[in-house]
Design a binder for this molecule. Sequence first.
Ligand code: AMP
Ligand code: GLY
Length: 422
Amino acid sequence: MKILVVGGGGREHAIIKKIKENKSVSEIFALPGNGGIAKDATCVNIGAKDIDSIVKFAVDNSIDYAIVAPDDPLVLGCVDALSAKGIPCFGPDAKAAIIEGSKVFSKNLMKKYNIPTAQYEVFNDMDKALEYLESAPIPTVIKADGLALGKGVIIANTRQEAKDAVVSMMEDKVFGDSGNNVVIEEFLTGPEVSVLSFTDGKTVVPMVSSMDHKRALDNDQGLNTGGMGTVAPNPYYTDVVAKECMEKIFVPTMNAMNAEGRTFKGCLYFGLMLTENGPKVIEYNCRFGDPETQVVLPLLETDLLTIMQAVTNETLSDVDVKFADKSACCVIMASNGYPKSYDKGFEMTIPEDICDNVYVAGAKLSEGKLLTDGGRVLGATAIAETLEEAIADSYKMVKEIKFENAYYRTDIGKKALLAKEG
Ligand code: AMP
Ligand code: GLY
């Protein structure tokens, strides 16, 4: 089978490595992929948002199955366009991808179907939003409606910060049209859990839970990033919590999307906060998380392509989706300065014996050399019987990988370990 994967980060590298395990796969194309992914797939220089070129490539190359991984092409209708040409795909259509594409949509969906989430108000008028903030409880959370590269959420600790955030989104348009509408919501507290799930609209199968580390610096200090590391499973996500989430969040969300005529087929990501009033949805993503995928898929024991095809064919209930009863830790190595400005173009050395455990996010090949080419450069994932060992093993790999300007957090998994001990 010829497989096409749209995207070019660490998440896509993890998907590709897993898909390769299926013996019927003869070739994998990554659009655009990256210099590190080129070791595992044929990279083609077509951007993930260039839907027309993606479809043309898929048709011209007789692709048998396509996996659309990033949010942008999903929201732009990449799956709709490929399906229209008869190419089976993994990923939601645009109608369903709106669950991530519009925060106003997802908040209204949760309200309508009684799915637990933070209290909120929606504003399309800046003056009304500013007036509301005069008496809103502080801290408060301001969210741009549309996609904003994961940066459209501002936690305001003072009234002034909240007002500044609204002005920057609604007047200065720092996130472009994404800020035409804003959601102002209640600030929740509690441990966060990421749960990725497979769903075909009939069945929802949660994957092993995970914990992201979003801030740039140790001890959750510094700016928000795309994610500096992950561990799985997440110790806060007990069987009792999992059961409650299944009943109150996962199944109701699948049913709600069906009732709205927006059946979701693909990977539905639940960003949860375990509050003292029970688990609540912080956000939905219409795709695999990054870097959650880099710890979740290595633990998957069932063939990934088989699961994905079952999602497409709406036969997911026939598949026994199994995860190893082990722990995983992924430490992200970034360019120093990320998520602000950073230098790139430094040669990387990844020892051959650990290549299988390294998921490359930002690198390019130049005259046979692998050079850094992004903020997040790669993730090193270790699997072990215990979380302690997984953490130690992934840091051991990180120390063996060399490039100038490398930066990583030194405390990935520390909070999870403390939670286990507590
Ligand atoms: P996002 O960019 O949507 O992943 O949100 C970034 C982070 O903001 C989340 O991981 C949470 O830590 C935080 N966050 C979002 N909404 C809330 C909320 N209502 N209360 C507290 N923290 C929040
Ligand atoms: N790691 C969070 C996300 O993929 O949005």
